[in-house]
Design a protein around this ligand. Structure first.
Ligand code: FEO
Length: 392
């Protein structure tokens, strides 16, 4: 338990050991499940709970504050890493009400089977008095799920935006201090959680700009007492700007595709185009996602397996397609032994991306002089596209 401000406590849990989230997202720096307790002169509110695996920590921390009665459990987001201990909290504090919006209530009733009688529904902009403190609720939909809600505590100018501005970063520092490390962690988190909704996130950031914010207290990672660092980073990530970068995600079985990738990477670098190269055989998909936040172009490299892309390349395409980066251009390089429709299948798998496809380069077996010329031409075409949109 840590005191953030008078009668405002951090009661959540650190999870240094967590290495994967949703059985999908690598979390090399662990994570935190932040929960906050605000004791007003009349009422006390608990803002979110923690992942059920850390419920003991949450309730031990609440006890350490000396608070013995909770009137409101504010649920900003129904995902279980924040809502998963609500039922246990209601058993310990049976008079408490769950304060949330109607969409979140609907999801909670499905996931947790929370009793209908226990809810107080709040509208966008509505306030809840705790006596000498007030919570104002701000709808920030799709700041991960459609129901996501933030709270603002005007007396301390604190914003509680749940997943928004979060990071999977376990640290004993209450406030962000190592900005270099945290920037990477926050960007990785943005790429995996927020990027699919970047248009809505942009609107939410504009909506929040009307509030004077001195502290951002997200639901994952450290708090920000210099909020401009994370707000400015988000403004950059959600902008329409892309960088002079090509992400090459590839997998090669018999070296032909790898030889093509190596040649192609050199061809791009020699033309002044920056490259992120990922071997899908053993890459960190979080790093791949992070690189897609800014890159102007994505190139998938793969051999052909039973007429289609290698399953690891297909998986990367499905992930990129779900994350919907603002990438402008795409292409494919690769090889085949006897036939197939690999390029067509990759284009279909990337169907959500608003990209212009540039002519693929596909080699039968090992690349030969003709394919090297085509790889040079592809590098030249990407350079021209990047010049055309003014990023080089
Ligand atoms: Fe941290 Fe969307 O839950």
């Amino acid at each position: 338990m840590r005191v953030i401000r008078d009668n405002v406590y951090s009661v959540g849990a650190l999870d240094f050991d967590r290495r994967i989230f949703d059985k999908l997202i690598p979390t090399p720096d662990g994570t935190t499940y932040n929960s906050y307790l605000i004791a007003g002169s009349e009422k006390t509110a608990l803002l979110d709970t923690v992942d059920p695996t850390k419920s003991d920590t949450l309730f031990r921390n609440i006890a350490k504050t000396g608070v013995s009665k909770i009137d409101y459990i504010v649920c900003h987001h129904a995902e279980q890493d924040h809502s998963g201990c609500i039922n246990e909290a209601l058993l310990l504090f049976p008079d408490a009400k769950v304060v949330t919006n109607s969409k979140c209530k609907e999801i909670l009733m499905q996931h947790l089977e929370t009793d209908d009688e226990q809810f107080i529904i709040v509208e966008d902009g509505q306030e809840l008095s705790l006596g000498d403190k007030t919570l104002k609720f701000i709808y920030i939909p799709w700041s991960h799920w459609p129901e996501t809600l933030a709270s603002y505590l005007p007396q301390e100018k604190m914003l509680f935006p749940c997943d928004l501005f979060g990071s999977h970063f376990a640290t004993s520092s209450l406030f962000a201090d190592d900005y270099c490390t945290l920037y990477e962690s926050a960007k990785r988190y943005y790429a995996e959680i927020m990027m699919p909704f970047h248009g809505q996130i942009k609107k939410n950031i504009e909506k929040l700009s009307q509030y004077e914010i001195k502290i951002i207290a997200p639901s994952h990672g450290p708090l920000y007492d210099k909020p401009e660092m994370i707000i400015d980073a988000y403004k950059d990530w959600v902008s329409d700007n892309v960088k002079n970068e090509v992400v090459i995600a590839y997998v090669s079985m018999h070296e032909s595709t790898r030889i093509m990738v190596d040649y192609f990477v050199d061809a791009l670098i020699e033309r002044g185009v920056n490259v992120w190269q990922f071997n899908l055989a053993d890459t960190d998909l979080g790093k791949l996602a992070m690189s897609l936040v800014d890159a102007a172009t994505i190139v998938i490299g793969t051999g052909t397996v039973l007429t289609g892309p290698h399953p690891k390349a297909a998986y990367a395409c499905i992930l990129a397609n779900a994350l919907r980066p603002k990438t402008r251009f795409a292409s494919i390089i690769g090889s085949y032994g006897w036939g197939g429709k690999m390029p067509e299948q990759i284009q279909q798998l990337l169907g959500n991306l608003k990209v212009e496809f540039i002519e693929p380069v596909i080699s039968r077996g090992v690349p030969k002089e003709e394919e090297y010329k085509k790889l040079d031409a592809l590098a030249e075409a990407i350079l021209a596209k990047h010049r055309q949109i003014g990023i080089i």
